[in-house]
Design a protein around this ligand. Structure first.
Ligand code: FES
Ligand code: FES
Length: 151
C-alpha cells in the first residue's frame, strides 16, 4: 500500500540521515531511555524559549532503524511546539501504534505526515516498542527537569 511505501521511505531516510542528532546546550529537560527488549538507547534534550515553546530539541543514541527514525521525526515534529502540544502528539502517536485508536491532525504538516506514516509500525507488533522509545524518553524528560536520568 501507499502507507507502507511511505513508511519504508521515512525509516530509510531518517535512519540514514537523522535530523537533530546532537546535544542541545543549554537544555531545560533531558532523559535517557532504553528499550528493555533489546537494550537500544536514546537520549533526548530540549530547551524552551521565553514563550514556553520548544526552541531546540535533539537526540542521540544507538538503536535500530525504526527507533532512530522515530526519534529523528519526533524532533522535527516538536520543534516550535508547546509542551502541551508535545504531550498531546505523543499520546496520539502512542494510541495509534498501540492500536488503541486516535488520530493525528496532520493538516498538511509534512513532519506530522511522516509521523503518521511511522504509525504503520502497528502492523509489526514486535517493533512497536522501537517506535515508542523516543516518545517514552521525551515523556520521561518532561516529567523530570534536567539532571535526572531515567531508564
Ligand atoms: Fe545530558 Fe544534561 S548533558 S543530561
Ligand atoms: Fe531495539 Fe528497535 S530493536 S529499539
Amino acid at each position: 500500500t501507499e502507507l507502507s511505501a511511505l513508511y519504508q521511505a521515512v525509516v530509510l531516510d531518517h535512519n540514514r540521515s537523522p535530523r537533530n542528532f546532537r546535544a542541545v546546550e543549554p537544555h531545560d529537560y533531558s532523559a535517557d531511555g532504553k528499550n528493555p527488549l533489546c537494550g537500544d538507547r536514546v537520549h533526548v534534550e530540549l530547551r524552551l524559549d521565553g514563550d514556553g515553546r520548544i526552541e531546540d530539541i535533539g537526540f542521540d543514541g544507538e538503536g535500530c532503524a525504526i527507533s532512530m527514525a522515530t526519534a529523528s521525526i519526533m524532533t522535527e515534529v516538536l520543534m516550535g511546539r508547546t509542551l502541551d502540544e508535545a504531550r498531546d502528539i505523543s499520546a496520539r502517536f502512542q494510541g495509534l501504534v498501540s492500536g488503541r485508536g486516535g488520530e493525528l491532525s496532520v493538516d498538511g504538516d509534512s513532519a506530522l505526515e511522516k509521523l503518521q506514516a511511522l504509525a504503520g509500525v502497528r502492523d509489526y507488533p514486535m517493533r512497536v516498542r522501537c517506535a515508542t522509545l523516543a516518545w517514552n524518553t521525551l515523556q520521561a524528560a518532561l516529567d523530570s527537569p534536567d539532571g535526572q536520568r531515567t531508564e
